[in-house]
Design a protein around this ligand. Structure first.
Ligand code: AMP
Length: 120
């Protein structure tokens, strides 16, 4: 799948759409999900143009990959959900219901999250 530079997260990265920046460094940007599914629901996105985790893993540099996942861990720590626990979720492709074709990780927490998947 080729990267679509008009996707909403690409537009956020270019500053064309506003977001509440919770964390930013050279590798990653974190902001609240616009439709929170939990009391704590934050998205972390890499700065580079990657469609999915597979695309990110295949094409990003080791520095980007390390920097991104360090940012995810740091954001979760700053959100205060480390003790209570949280879920990292990354959708990829149609069966996962990925809506935005720019790789991102959801950080979900702040309540008991229940089983991993809703019943089919
Ligand atoms: P996914 O289904 O994994 O692709 O998740 C995409 C997420 O992006 C959804 O949970 C949306 O609520 C969220 N989202 C879409 N547009 C925005 C936006 N402008 N700001 C923050 N979150 C957004």
């Amino acid at each position: 799948m080729t990267y679509d530079p008009t996707n909403v997260f690409a537009r956020i990265l270019r500053g064309e759409i506003p977001c509440e920046k919770l964390y930013e460094d050279e590798f990653a940007l974190a902001f609240p999900d616009i439709r929170p599914a939990a009391p704590c629901h934050v998205l972390v996105i890499p700065k580079g143009a990657y469609v999915s985790s597979a695309d990110f893993g295949a094409k990003a540099s080791p520095e980007e990959i390390t920097g991104f996942f360090r940012a995810v861990a740091l954001v979760a720590q700053r959100l205060g959900v480390e003790q209570s626990g949280y879920r990292l979720l990354a959708n990829a492709g149609p069966d996962s219901h990925q809506e935005v074709p720019h790789f991102h990780v959801h950080i979900l927490g702040g309540r008991k999250l229940g089983p991993l998947l809703a019943p089919a």
